[in-house]
Design a binder for this molecule. Structure first.
Ligand SMILES: Cc1ncc(COP(=O)(O)O)c(C=O)c1O
Length: 382
């Protein structure tokens, strides 16, 4: 077996991070306040464009928790959310004692289906059971069809939240991701397109809401010399050192998007003559970052299933994963309400995420492509 393991998605430093981190150390701003935190928040806001306010926190999950609390989600409320996502999109709903309602994907982008959102919100308005918020996830670096979803949410007074943990750098009708909804969140986890080793960010239009969430993220400390608290809080702030890493990463975001798109293009070329294999389609409304390159295997034409591909790659010391297991099929959410579900089930049954790092060399990628081709063209040899 080849000793050089190829991972799904690894951190890729620009080289500038050390300089930012050194400056942070030299200044001794190492903890939850400091100039890099302020600068990183401003630079992300600037990168996204528009009249936006940002708050850097310890993770994307923490960001979503604070946003849902800001929206007023609590015990007995419903929150609608894409079913085809990572659990971090959903756990914060449970932290607040609310109930998730899962919504299926559409086939154009694999993201939350606007027609099903309309159907669900119209129905729940009739039965007086509207969700308080809807979390639209932008899957694997591709934007959902957010205008259609924003329109129906506005009609029903449902607060729209963008889970842009996987989509920093993606666009939608010329706009950057995380800029349409009232609240959006990003993740800077180690596997993301840029990373602070771990971290997240909230994006909002309302500076007062950001100030409130900042206070909660700082243990709800009142501006008093003694430790005065009127409200429960969390230790959710990002550290200045991690923000310094983020500043070095943000400098190369466009390069990282271009590199991940090149990885996807090389896979498309490598599998062009293999029956029944295609990349997650790129929807006409924007640029897919290809944070992960994901292939769908046609049930009729492909000669291997995702688990065979994952196994074949594992045998060659290459990491691959199935598509996210839909939330409505998770044991934790047994009996939860789901609107549709069969599209996400099919994508899960037939999709594989392939190594997609921006640092993946063409020769390493060829190892992956060759192993996938072998698995698909000579499945009996696996
Ligand atoms: C879609 C989605 N939402 C939320 C999260 C949670 O982010 P974090 O890992 O920073 O808590 C992640 C992944 O990490 C994600 O992929």
């Amino acid at each position: 077996m080849n000793d050089d393991r190829i991972y799904l998605s690894v951190p890729h430093m620009s080289g500038e991070e050390r300089r930012f981190v050194k400056d942070a150390f030299d200044s001794n701003w190492l903890s939850s306040v400091g100039p890099d935190l302020n600068a990183f928040e401003q630079e992300v806001a600037l990168r996204l464009g528009g009249d936006l306010h940002t708050l850097a926190v310890s993770s994307g999950t923490a960001a979503l928790h604070l946003v849902l609390r800001q929206v007023g989600v609590g015990h007995g409320d419903r929150v609608a959310v894409s079913t085809l996502t990572f659990a971090g999109s959903v756990f914060p709903i449970l932290y607040l004692g609310a109930t998730p309602v899962f919504i299926d994907s559409e086939r154009t982008s694999w993201n939350i289906d606007p027609d099903l959102v309309r159907e669900y919100l119209d129905d729940s308005a009739r039965t007086n059971s509207l969700p308080k918020a809807l979390i639209a996830v932008h899957l694997y670096g591709q934007h959902c069809d957010i205008d259609a979803i924003a329109e129906v949410c506005a009609e029903h007074g449902v607060v729209l939240i963008e889970d842009a943990a996987e989509s920093l750098g993606a666009t939608y009708r010329g706009r950057q991701t995380a800029t349409t909804a009232r609240y959006s969140i990003l993740s800077f986890n180690g596997n993301k397109i840029i990373t602070t080793t771990g971290g997240g960010m909230i994006i909002a239009r309302d500076p007062i809401a950001i100030a409130q969430m900042k206070k909660w993220a700082n243990q709800s400390r009142e501006p008093a010399i003694e430790y005065l608290h009127r409200d429960v809080g969390f230790n959710y702030r990002m550290s200045n050192v991690l923000a310094a890493i983020g500043r070095g990463q943000l400098l190369v975001l466009d390069e990282r998007v271009a590199a991940r798109r090149r990885v996807a293009e090389r896979y498309a070329d490598a599998f062009a003559d293999v029956p029944g294999v295609m990349l997650q389609p790129e929807a006409p409304w924007g640029t897919h970052t290809r944070w992960l390159s994901v292939v769908g295997l046609d049930a009729d034409d492909a000669r291997a299933c995702p688990s065979m591909i994952v196994q074949a790659l594992a045998a060659e010391n290459i990491e691959a994963r199935p598509v996210w297991r839909p939330m409505h099929t998770q044991p934790l959410f047994n009996g939860a309400q789901v609107i549709g579900g069969s599209v996400a089930d099919t994508l899960f049954a037939h999709g594989v995420c392939l190594p997609s790092s921006s640092s993946l060399s063409p020769s390493a990628q060829e190892r992956v492509s060759e192993a996938v081709r072998r698995a698909l063209l000579q499945p009996s040899a696996i």
